[in-house]
Design a protein around this ligand. Structure first.
Ligand SMILES: C[S@@+](CC[C@H](N)C(=O)[O-])C[C@H]1O[C@@H](n2cnc3c(N)ncnc32)[C@H](O)[C@@H]1O
Length: 91
């Protein structure tokens, strides 16, 4: 919602570095995850409830050359299918 400016602020606030695993909830058409992975060298998983968003995000990941560090999957923020403490940062 705040664009890349907000993403940069979150990176600082959440102390994201190359060793962190970030969960981006409600990632939309993916502006942030590829940017975070490129800037910080970390791994990012983006989830969104809408399949169309995930399909478009996967296309972007290929184009941006961060397929090894960025993944997307359909998931509901109210029922996330991940084990506890898998991620270091979630936004
Ligand atoms: C305003 S967009 C924000 C996109 C992105 N985070 C950004 O900052 O550009 C909100 C996104 O949240 C997703 N969303 C809404 N409810 C959700 C839920 N329960 N679980 C996962 N994603 C959800 C929507 O599909 C939409 O893509």
């Amino acid at each position: 919602m705040g664009g890349l400016k907000a993403t940069r602020e979150l990176i600082e606030l959440c102390l994201v570095d190359k060793d962190k695993y970030v969960l981006d909830v409600g990632c939309g058409v993916e502006m942030g995850a590829c940017y975070i992975a490129k800037k910080c060298g970390c791994r990012v998983l983006g989830v969104d409830i809408r399949e169309r968003m995930i399909a478009r995000s996967n296309e972007r990941t290929k184009r941006e050359g961060v397929k090894d560090r960025v993944e997307f999957q359909v998931a509901d923020a109210q029922n996330l299918p991940f084990e506890d403490a898998l991620f270091d940062v979630m936004w």
